[in-house]
Write a protein that binds this ligand. Structure first.
Ligand SMILES: Cc1ncc(C[n+]2csc(CCOP(=O)(O)OP(=O)(O)O)c2C)c(N)n1
Length: 363
């Protein structure tokens, strides 16, 4: 009998290699101009807010204030803020279970997000959804999904609805590199290109799907190349560089809005912590994590802002104090909010007869 072939091993993707060949932006590229100062400082503050929110959530989890699963995206903040700030209010977002930051960047109230993590009545889903199911129809934030790749066809369906209604909205579908090995990704990508749907498929490649490195679970280790199977536009950016992510997402959003063509956008980044709070991350080395931390998206952006003279120490301290206060307020609000009444156990399970949800009519 033939011996099965040894599994193919792609070379280890280091932080340096991952960044090599990606779209890089540097001060002087016109992006760090004083005219854009307000926007750039907002990005800095949002990334910091998301980082501190996630750190507070981790602490609350260890204090058993938060139950169930908790997936943090510390380290990935540039992919979050850079991509979401390229959207307009009429656009829609579908994310996965690593979505607290996406909701914050979209303008969902951090107090309501923390309350949802605590399972409280004041949460975005009235405490019924928890960490993986943040949802806010007013902000066109369509969730929060637990099934890997499961939200991609939903996002494509929303894009089809947008096309059907001749609206100019765009859908941002966010998923990890592991999700590109799921059948639903391929079905969705095929239909998106075939039907010219206004969708940006943002693959946040943090190099790991739970404990599996991308080289161990994907025959193609550069996710953007998977678009060629569907003749779709594709781009790969440095996901640690918010300027690069924002530029590339803006290009993809423009293509979706004005040319009605989808894009597969890959942002290469790294999650510093385990897959979820239940994962100690023993499958990777401290050196590897340290290597990526040296390219931290918030610290490197802060340095760029300083070099361009757009922020000084006093302004930084002001931003940090504001962020800390906002996170403390979110935790306090969640702590003080009530749990849902037991008598409401069967509420929100089914729609009321005759009730029509106007979700998405803005599209
Ligand atoms: C269909 C399905 N299979 C397996 C799981 C268990 N699971 C949860 S997250 C995950 C890894 C997904 O990795 P990736 O898509 O790269 O996203 P990341 O968690 O790295 O952000 C797996 C296998 C699941 N939730 N759904």
């Amino acid at each position: 009998m033939m011996k099965p072939a040894e599994p193919r091993r792609a070379p280890h993707l280091s932080a340096e290699r991952a960044a090599g060949g990606l779209v890089q932006t540097a001060p002087g590229a016109g992006l760090l101009s004083p005219e854009r100062r307000t926007q750039l400082l907002r990005w800095y503050e949002q990334m910091l807010l998301i980082r501190r929110f996630e750190e507070a959530a981790a602490e609350m989890y260890t204090r058993a204030k938060i139950g169930g699963y908790l997936h943090l995206n510390i380290g990935e903040e540039a992919t979050v803020v850079g991509a979401i700030d390229a959207l307009e209010p009429q656009d829609y977002i579908f994310s996965n279970y690593r979505e607290h930051g996406h909701a914050i960047a979209r303008g969902v109230d951090p107090r309501k997000i923390m309350a949802e993590l605590f399972g409280k009545e004041t949460g975005t889903s009235k405490g019924r959804g928890g960490s993986m199911h943040i949802f806010d129809i007013d902000k066109h934030f369509m969730g929060g999904y637990a099934i890997v790749g499961g939200a991609i066809p939903l996002a494509i369906g929303a894009a089809l609805a947008i096309q059907y209604r001749s609206s100019d909205a765009v859908v941002l579908s966010i998923f990890g590199e592991g999700a590109t090995n799921i059948g639903a990704f391929h079905e969705a990508a095929n239909l998106a290109e075939l039907w010219h749907l206004p969708v940006v498929m943002l693959c946040v490649n943090n190099l790991y799907a739970m404990g599996k490195r991308v080289e161990e679970d994907s025959a193609v280790t550069e996710m953007w190349r998977k678009a060629c199977a569907y003749d779709m536009a594709a781009e790969r950016v440095d996901g640690m560089d918010i300027l690069a992510v924002h530029e590339a997402t803006t290009r993809a959003v423009d293509r979706a809005r004005h040319e009605h063509r989808p894009t597969l956008l890959e942002a290469v980044t790294y999650r510093y912590r385990g897959h979820s709070m239940a994962d100690a991350g023993a499958y990777r080395t401290a050196e590897e994590i340290e290597e990526w931390r040296r390219r931290d998206p918030i610290v490197s952006f802060q340095q760029k802002l300083e070099e361009a003279g757009l922020i000084d120490a006093a302004q930084r301290e002001q931003i940090e104090a504001r962020v800390e206060q906002e996170v403390a307020e979110a935790v306090r609000f969640a702590e003080e909010s009530p749990f849902p009444q037991v008598s409401s156990l069967y509420d929100y399970v089914y729609c009321e007869p005759g009730h029509t949800q106007e979700a998405g009519t803005g599209a």
